[in-house]
Design a protein around this ligand. Structure first.
Ligand SMILES: Cc1cc2nc3c(=O)[nH]c(=O)nc-3n(C[C@H](O)[C@H](O)[C@H](O)COP(=O)(O)O)c2cc1C
Length: 164
């Protein structure tokens, strides 16, 4: 049976109750770096190492990822809230001005001070409504110490507290 979907505001309200980490997904096209704040991120498989991100096809970052077919998922630490805000659409041009970065395998920006990153090549893309589910094959990764930046109910949180 084809039931009508719930309305978008009900969907958003419940989704806000699901806590997530915060990433900045970067890409590089014709030498120009680009980044977007993104929390729709998940591990997919270990053998081979695959992950997914969900990207709005209207975001400029989408064009960078879809054409270069590379991206890097940078896992923000609790002290990097400013980066989350910077890459959520606030700065449209020259996003990386004053933001130093390194590279791993693909050349997509690896942001220092994060708690880890996954450097990826695009393996598959599936359209789902306004977004694309992009599956990345991980070709480089590293973990670093620190506590994660979290997102819950529309606000940033320090997710470093352990429940005993
Ligand atoms: C905490 C947070 C999480 C976000 N998660 C996503 C996401 O998972 N997918 C997405 O397409 N946009 C997400 N956004 C919105 C994008 O960051 C924003 O639309 C994007 O930076 C637009 O910039 P662009 O058009 O220059 O690429 C998120 C924003 C915030 C603040």
């Amino acid at each position: 049976m084809n039931r009508p979907p719930v309305d978008a505001s009900a969907f958003r309200t419940v989704m806000r109750h699901y806590p997530t980490g915060v990433t900045v997904v970067t890409s590089l096209r014709e030498g120009e770096p680009r980044g977007m704040t993104l929390n729709a991120f998940s591990s997919v498989a270990v053998d081979p190492p695959l992950l997914l991100i969900c990207v709005n096809r209207e975001a400029r970052s989408y064009l960078y990822i879809a054409t270069s077919r590379i991206f890097c998922v940078n896992l923000l630490s609790a002290g990097q809230r400013e980066l989350a805000e910077r890459f959520s659409g606030k700065i449209r041009e020259h996003q990386f001005e004053g933001v130093p970065f390194e590279v791993d395998v693909t050349g997509a920006p690896v942001i220092p001070g994060t708690i880890g990153h996954f450097d990826c090549e695009v393996a598959e893309e599936h359209h789902a409504g306004s977004h694309s589910i992009i599956i990345g094959r991980v070709v480089g990764c590293a973990a670093r110490t620190g506590t994660p930046l979290g997102y819950f109910n529309g606000g940033y949180h320090d997710f470093g507290m352990r429940v005993e």
